[in-house]
Design a protein around this ligand. Structure first.
Ligand SMILES: Nc1ncnc2c1ncn2[C@@H]1O[C@H](COP(=O)(O)OP(=O)(O)OP(=O)(O)O)[C@@H](O)[C@H]1O
Ligand SMILES: [Mg+2]
Length: 498
């Protein structure tokens, strides 16, 4: 006997509205569509973003294998294939959702036209406004060749095979902007630039080499952005390692990028990437050579710091590792399995150590040139055979505080109080009991160290020093003299006037 049940299908209009909120932006949405074209063996992908006010349109066309009418009907269904299904080794998909969720995150009307080799072209459309207007909650997938104009259809009919997506009613990108709305048009153009930068990065390994695909945006080819500068011989890779977790092997290879003095200014500027040098340090996770994560320390307890920015580490996954690495629908996230964290931490430490040693070395060279007139915050004073510790009133930060305070008396009183009550005897005892028990200054608070450094730097400048000179002065000042790599970054920024 079959159990009792109700049919509880979601209302189409409601669920579509919810599916819009997956958190795509325009570049990540387009990347998800291009995944499909690549999985369909496309050699060329053409993206066109046409400004026409509220009627602006984005099309994505490929010359891949296309779909039969049955396949297209199935492909248009949210959840067209279970994520549990085994996929071909070069398939970039996983959830059976991307084409729908990515498209409708940007537009309210998605039309797909596809044509397999030796087959007829077919068309299907999800129109969110139409679905809402029926008031039935039905999943009405529109069909028929009259959904598109002759000109639109010709875009594909002239090819042997392929697929084209039309994104209309781009409410996220243009809303109801008038055609002559210059601000909206400028925004549209800027988003096109962001798309270009993102796709150049995400698909860079498909855009070069023997079986390279070609990506065109508004008629122009998109050039690869390679985070590892593999076409220069200036990058120091650490040996590649294969790590295994849950029976899945991943390859990890760290690259130490060259200091900017070893490459051309153009190479240096280009290598910065869409989000800049600092943001693009860390792990790069690729799934079937498609980039998911572009620089992240993966929650291993490490921060992004300027002096680690030359460290970029590549991780290569196969799509069979999706579950273990918690790949998301947008293909913009991956989390390493717990079993790999120790190894990844070890590799990250080694890469960070090497990257910062480049700056450390540079800082030390300058330090040596400057000699050792170190500026201390604490001065050791002996008076009548007794030892005192006094705060150096000439330290730039102390001087600034004393000069800028409206009421100087409490500041002076505070300094005197600190000096007079410093628990020197206790420190001596502790040190005798546990000689290695003291942390180094700012040992586990690099953010505080950076703030202290920045404030001191600022105080030096306000005290009349030039920026490069102020940065150099930091190298002779306690405790910054112990962190030449961090000061070296300051020096560089001071020199380039950033
Ligand atoms: N450009 C295309 N050419 C040929 N087939 C395509 C194309 N785009 C989509 N398809 C077909 O439509 C299906 C659904 O695509 P969709 O992006 O929604 O899901 P997916 O790629 O299977 O998984 P994911 O949600 O991870 O992207 C694909 O599996 C593929 O069979
Ligand atoms: Mg897909």
């Amino acid at each position: 006997m079959s159990p009792e049940y109700d049919i509880a299908s979601p209302g189409a209009a409601e669920l579509f509205e919810s599916l819009r909120a997956f958190g795509y932006d325009l570049p990540t949405a387009l990347a998800d569509i291009i995944d499909n074209s690549i999985s369909a063996s496309a050699r060329n992908i053409w993206i066109d973003m046409t400004w026409d006010g509220a009627a602006s349109r984005i099309t994505i066309r490929d010359d891949g294998r296309g779909m039969t009418e049955d396949a297209l009907r199935q492909a248009m269904r949210p959840g067209s294939l279970s994520p549990l299904e085994d996929r071909a080794a070069n398939d970039l998909g996983r959830f059976g959702l991307g084409m729908k969720t990515a498209s409708i995150s940007q537009c309210r009307c998605l039309t797909v036209m596809s044509k397999p080799r030796d087959g007829e072209a077919c068309i299907r459309r999800w129109d969110l406004d139409y679905i809402a207007s029926t008031g039935t909650g039905e999943w009405r997938l529109l069909k028929g060749s009259d959904l598109l104009t002759d000109t639109d259809r010709r875009l594909l009919e002239e090819q042997d095979q392929g697929t084209i997506l039309f994104w209309d009613r781009l409410d996220q990108l243009v809303g109801d902007a008038a055609v002559d709305d210059e601000t909206a048009q400028k925004h549209f153009r800027e988003r096109a630039d962001a798309v270009k930068a993102h796709l150049a990065m995400v698909f860079h390994r498909f855009l070069r080499g023997r079986n390279a695909i070609r990506l065109h945006l508004n008629g122009r080819p998109i050039e690869a952005w390679d985070p590892f500068l593999e076409d220069t011989d200036k990058v120091d890779p650490l040996p590649a390692e294969t790590l295994v977790a849950d029976g899945e092997a991943v390859e990890v290879k760290a690259f130490i990028l060259p200091h900017h003095t070893r490459i051309t200014p153009e190479q240096h500027a280009g290598a910065a990437g869409p989000r800049g040098w600092n943001a693009h340090q860390g792990f790069y996770i690729y799934r079937n050579k498609r980039l998911l994560v572009a620089g992240d320390w993966l929650g291993l307890g490490m921060q992004k710091e300027e002096h680690f920015k030359l460290a970029r580490i590549r991780i290569d996954l196969a799509n069979s590792a999706d579950l273990a690495w918690q790949i998301d629908v947008k293909k913009s996230r991956a989390r390493p399995p717990a079993a790999l964290r120790r190894d990844l931490l070890r590799i990250a430490r080694a890469a960070r150590g090497q990257a910062s040693s480049i700056y450390r070395h540079r800082g030390k060279v300058v330090q040596r040139k400057l000699g050792s007139n170190d500026v201390f915050l604490w001065n050791h004073v002996v008076k009548r055979g007794k030892t005192y510790y006094k705060i150096n009133r000439d330290h730039p930060l102390v001087r600034k505080v004393l000069e800028t305070a409206d009421d100087k008396a409490p500041v002076r009183a505070l300094l005197a109080l600190v000096e007079q009550t410093i628990p020197a005897p206790l420190i001596v005892i502790n040190n005798a009991e546990t000689p290695d028990g003291f942390g180094q200054p700012f040992e586990d608070s690099s953010a505080d160290l950076r703030t202290a450094m920045a404030e001191t730097f600022q105080a030096l400048i306000e005290g009349g020093r030039g920026r490069p000179d102020a940065a150099r002065a930091l190298l002779t000042m306690e405790p910054f003299n112990q962190y030449p790599e961090m000061v070296a970054v300051f020096l560089e920024e001071a020199a380039t006037g950033q």
